[in-house]
Ligand binder design. Structure first.
Ligand code: ZN
Length: 248
């Protein structure tokens, strides 16, 4: 694939080897607006790659440098994720720029084909476990919604990029869990989400952070149900992902 070099001044030195891949949407009105922002020294943001709707790719920061895309974030106990990740910004208006009918703007097939083609050599060049391929909303659930519930994670997983469950997970009895609940079951759910990688406190109470993390989990693995409430289907899916993530 052809990659156009379009350097950004917004980078510095890594403090850790690459062991994560972080996917974003740009969330701006046009790809050009994102392109300009990611190269503006005053904006102090960047990513390694910018992927346009038609599959064109700009490289803005060398992979051995630390691009500034993740912000305050955590995954599997790690922070300063910019130091240890490759960041890809995918041109898509996202939640801030929906379509005329209010739905999220779809990712074109040509763009996702190119994303898969871009990710394969990145995963070959670096030691990035499948459990450390994340969306921005996974690592900053209180702040971020990208790449959004309209992002085709299942297609990526079929191409070997990230994990998607092929079973529903263990049966869960009862009515599920809701914001405000306090119980041993809430704590158990929090433990599962923590072991998957989410930054969550084991309070035993379905607090604001827990609700944000459940919503982030749903955006990634139950995109038809992004409401922050853990019904039995959500709990089963959390169980399935927890099992896959802790299998090794
Ligand atoms: Zn982002």
């Amino acid at each position: 694939m052809e990659i156009i070099l379009s350097p950004s001044p917004n980078f510095d030195d890594r403090k850790h080897a690459v062991d994560m891949l972080v996917l974003h949407y740009t969330g701006m009105v046009t790809g050009q607006a994102a392109f300009d922002q990611l190269r503006n020294p005053e904006a102090k943001v960047s990513s390694h790659y910018l992927l346009w709707e038609d599959g064109r790719v700009d490289q803005m920061v060398a992979e051995d440098r630390r691009a500034w895309h993740a912000g305050v974030s955590s995954w599997q106990g790690d922070e300063d994720l910019n130091s240890r990740s490759i960041g890809i910004e995918i041109v898509n208006g996202g939640h801030d720029f929906p379509q005329a009918d209010g739905t999220l703007p779809p990712y074109p097939a040509a763009q996702i084909d190119a994303l898969i083609e871009l990710c394969h050599p990145i995963l070959a060049a670096h030691d990035i476990p499948q459990t450390r391929i994340v969306g921005h909303s996974d690592i900053a659930p209180l702040r971020k919604q990208d790449p959004g519930e309209h992002f085709p994670w299942v297609r990526l997983a079929r191409a070997g990029i990230g994990i998607w469950p092929d079973t529903e997970g263990a049966d869960v009895s009862g009515n599920g869990l809701s914001p405000g609940d306090s119980s041993a079951n809430v704590r158990r759910m929090q433990e599962h989400l923590l072991r998957i990688g989410y930054g969550i406190d084991l309070t035993g109470t379905y607090d604001e952070r827990t609700e944000a993390v459940v919503r982030a989990f749903q955006r990634r693995w139950l995109p038809e149900r992004v409401n922050g409430s853990a019904d039995t289907r959500t709990l089963r899916r959390i169980d399935a992902i927890h099992t896959l993530y802790t299998a090794d």
